[in-house]
Structure formats: C-alpha cells, structure tokens
Design a protein around this ligand. Structure first.
Ligand code: GAP
Length: 508
C-alpha cells in the first residue's frame, strides 16, 4: 500500500465518500476540528459505545452507568484544577503567524532523535545479520548513547520548566534545539504563554448577573460529584465503579489529524472507587482489562503499546497511555490513571460536603481512591477504521476496497441482495429483509450488477451478504457471502438469523 500519509488521506476520503464522517458545516467551508458522523459513522460509533457500555456495565456486576449533564456548577472546575491549570503552553512563529503547542514542538524534536536511534539499530542489524545482539548494541553504540542522553536531558529540562511554570526556559529550549517552524522554516518565535483549553459561556441573562459556565473538558467530574448519590441510592460497597459516555469540549490549539484531536469529542470514562492503599492493585487490573478489551476486536497486539508516564499529573500516583499505531504513528488512545483521592478530596473541600465512605468491614470512614479508565470514542473510531481500511487485488486482477471491521461493530450486519430484479426474486428478498430487520441492521439492494453491490457492501464493512437466486424459490435456501474471504455457502432461509448471530458475537 501507498506510504502512510497517502494511506491516511485515502482513509479520510473513504470516510466521506461512504457516509462515515463529514466536516461540520461543510457548505460554509467547514468548522475547524469539528466533525459530523454520517449514516454509517453513526452506526459504527453506536456499536463501539454499545461494546464499551456492555463490557463495563453489563459484564461487571460492580459497575453502574450514569449520564450527567454537560453544564456543571462553575465551582466544580475550580475544585478540579481546570480553571487554574488546564492549560497548554503556546508559541507563535512571527513569520508564518502559525501557532503551536510548545510541548508538541519539543515532543516532535524528541521523536526525530528516537527515529535516528531506530535507524542506527536497523542499519547495524542489516550489517551484522544473525549475529546481531540488539540489546548490547543499544547499550554500547556511542551514537545511540549520545542520542539517548540528549533525549533524557531535553525531557528533564522541559518537565522541570513546565512544572515550575518557567515559560522563558521553554522558549530558550526551543531556540537552543534549533526548532524551526514547519511552515516558514524560521526560528523567529514569540514568548511562550499559557492558554486555558476550556470553552466558557454565560448562563442566565446578563442583566441578572449571569454566571460563567464551562463546557465540560472531561466527563469524569460528572461522576465525581455524583459518587455519593450513586453509592447511597445503589447501596454500593467499595470497590465499585461508575461509567459514563458523553461529550467533552476542549479549545485545542493544534487541532489536526482528522478526528484524532477535536474541539468537540466524546469520552467513555469509568471511575473505580477503591480503598486507599488498594489503588495500585486495581490500577494493574484495569490496565490488563482494558488491553483485553482492545485485543478482543481482533486487531493484532503489535499495533498497541503501553507508555507509562514518568511525569505525573498533580492528581495521579500512576498513569499509563494505551497507544495505538494510527496511520501517523503510535499515539495515545486511552489512559488509565490512578487518581488517588485528589478529586473527591478537592470537591469535599470546595463544596463543604462530606464525601466519605463508611466502610462496614473496617468501621472507618474515608475518602475513596479512584482508578480511572478514559478512552476517546472518536479516537477509537479512527483506530478501527484506519486498521480496517484495505485495498486488495483479487485473483482476477480486479481491485476492491474493503473495510475489515470486526463484524459486531460493522454499521450494517447483513445486505439482502436479489440476484436479479425479476422472476419474483425481489419479492422473496423483501420477505427475508422484513424478517431479518428485527434482528440486525440490514440493507436491501436490488440495483446494479451483483458484483457492484458486493463491492459497495465491502466498502462499508458489511460482514454478510445474502443472495437470493432462482434456487431460493425452489428450496428456500440462499447463499451467504463472507466479506473477508468472499466465500459463499448455501444455507436455509430459516437459519440465516442464528448463523449471523453466532458469527458476529463479540466477548472481551
Ligand atoms: N478524565 C481523564 C482525561 O480526560 P485525557 O488523557 O485528557 O484524560 C482521555 O483524555 C482520552 O480522551 C484520551 O486518551 C483521548 O482518547 C481522548 N481525547 C482527549 N482529548 C481529545 C481531543 N481533543 N479529541 C479527541 N479525543 C480526545
């Protein structure tokens, strides 16, 4: 397949052409970093949500789901630290007038050094062949060691400057590393300044002294402020979890890479409340559990990697990113964070309401600790479609584009296709469609040659096509065509539903 940039462009074009994702307000030239999901995208998105919700809420007896409002009392965001600290360090290039995140510029520079190391290793591997000892080479090669040292030094200086909010030092680092603007090529930078990522608005009429409200930048706070409501009304004992799916909003400065980084997006988050001291154990548990969830989708392990954070957010005592190999490289897909009692403690302090749990086993009251799993629904969507998109050359030399989406997540499960538009085949097709539609989302199509209809279904990832032919009218059997292998088999009409149900079942 073409190079990765090309492949990514093709995936974006395919998403538009086949009704998965459209640019928001496209007829007005679009709104940057905001996207709409089309008829197939909305189905795929709903199926991902359903898989997540079932895995969390239905398969875990100790987790319940809620749906909190997007608007919350402004004091929530003060307590959570978002008003004061949910910032990105920004820098502008004076020549191109382009704005960048200073941390991203530095990360990209580090990524280039990492690439150099990998190139060095691959070169040596070729040179030494079977006798190559990679671990030893990484430990001893002077060029590799020099770059490792450079990376460690940059990271250390950057983290220290950011933590102490010494923005001048970050600018100095960018200048010292010789980082140039990718557009103008110049090193003519402004000072670095902090930019808060929350969108704000006014609630109530301005004349009555309206209060400033924020569009939530994460769904988690809706869970924290409801923790006691759920614990009491659900008579929950620790450990237990609360799950939620909902919109979040961030005024991202560098919003690009399609639905990877958006200004309006959806999160699927779960907060697991545990006894203080047991959080590390649960952190390990959820790390493993979430990887299993991803791997159950059939995407090979090599496309995932985990990245333990060295620099921890002020509220965490451990954090890991589950990274996925997107067409533009490995990037964060999901985070698992051990958030201590930071959030509940802060809400207890700011609201003046006790948020403690009385533990009947130890006869003690305490603020629970929290382990959080947080995944972006849109990023999950992008991970699935970018892995599923495949261009194939078939045996007869023809080409097809197929979306090998895990059948359980595919937008349409079954296409019902009469071979011809005559001889009573459409009527029989309609009859089958009208029965199957109660079990699965199906599509009926009788226009164009059957081969073209198969291609259209392949392109949206439909796992099964049912074809009605003349034999169907004689013995009530149809052919069922499997998307990936294109194999067809003959099955009785009354078994279609149970066969499809069996084949699309998904369990983490
Ligand atoms: N409650 C924790 C939290 O919000 P985060 O790492 O800031 O943590 C969690 O976000 C997940 O949300 C990320 O792993 C990513 O999948 C998704 N996400 C964050 N910002 C996003 C954006 N601008 N566009 C799309 N997804 C985003």
């Amino acid at each position: 397949m073409a190079n990765t940039e090309d492949r990514f462009k093709k995936i974006i074009a395919h998403c538009k052409e086949y009704g998965f994702i459209f640019q928001s307000s496209e007829i007005y030239d679009g709104l940057s970093a905001v996207y709409d999901y089309g008829q197939n995208g909305a189905e795929l998105k709903n199926n991902i949500k359903d898989y997540w919700w079932k895995s969390m809420v239905q398969y875990h007896e100790d987790i319940v789901g809620i749906d909190a409002a997007i608007f919350m009392h402004p004091a929530v965001w003060k307590a959570s630290g978002h008003v004061d600290a949910f910032n990105d360090p920004l820098i502008d290039n004076k020549d191109s007038k382009k704005r960048y995140r200073a941390d991203v510029l530095i990360e990209e520079h580090v990524a280039k050094l990492e690439e150099k190391i990998e190139k060095e290793v691959r070169k040596a591997e070729k040179r030494f062949g079977d006798t190559f000892d990679e671990a030893m080479f990484r430990k001893t090669n002077p060029r590799v060691l020099a770059n490792i040292e450079k990376i460690a030094d940059i990271n250390k200086r950057f983290v220290k400057a950011l933590e102490a909010d010494r923005l001048g030092e970050i600018k100095a680092l960018i200048e010292e590393l010789g980082i140039a603007c990718p557009v103008s090529g110049s090193r003519n930078w402004t000072d670095v300044r902090q930019f808060n990522l929350m969108f704000s608005s006014q609630m109530g009429s301005l004349n009555d002294g309206a209060s400033q409200v924020y569009l939530r930048p994460e769904t988690a706070q809706g869970i924290f402020v409801n923790y006691l409501n759920v614990q009491k009304t659900g008579r929950k004992k620790l450990p237990f979890g609360i799950a939620q799916i909902g919109k979040a909003f961030r005024n991202e400065i560098v919003a690009r890479q399609f639905v990877f980084r958006m200004r309006e997006f959806e999160q699927m988050e779960m907060q697991f409340f545990v006894r203080p001291g047991e959080e590390k154990e649960w952190y390990e548990y959820w790390k493993e559990e979430r990887m299993k969830w991803h791997l159950a989708l059939g995407i090979p392990t090599k496309h995932f990697r985990v990245h333990e954070h060295e620099k921890l957010a002020h509220y965490a005592n451990a954090a890991v990113d589950i990274e996925f190999e997107f067409p533009f490289g490995f990037r964060e897909l999901e985070g698992v964070h051990s958030r201590t009692d930071f959030d509940l403690g802060a809400h207890q302090k700011h609201s003046g309401k006790k948020l403690q749990y009385f533990d009947p086993e130890t006869n003690e009251s305490y603020v629970p600790y929290v382990v959080e799993t947080s995944i972006g629904l849109d990023r999950m969507f992008l991970a699935i479609v970018s892995h599923a998109y495949n261009e194939e050359t078939l045996e007869d030399g023809s080409q097809r584009v197929v979306m090998n989406i895990t059948p359980a997540l595919a937008p349409i499960k079954v296409a019902v296709l009469p071979l011809m538009k005559k001889d009573g085949l459409p009527e029989k097709g309609r009859e089958i469609f009208d029965t199957l539609k109660y079990d699965f989302l199906c599509q009926y199509e009788d226009k164009d040659a059957i081969g073209r209809r198969y291609r259209r279904q392949d392109a949206i990832g439909t796992p099964y096509c049912i074809t009605i032919d003349h034999q169907t009218l004689e013995d009530n059997t149809v052919t069922i065509r499997e998307r990936d292998t294109m194999q067809q088999e003959r099955i009785p009409v009354e078994k279609i539903s149970s066969i499809v149900a069996d084949r699309i079942r998904l369990r983490p």
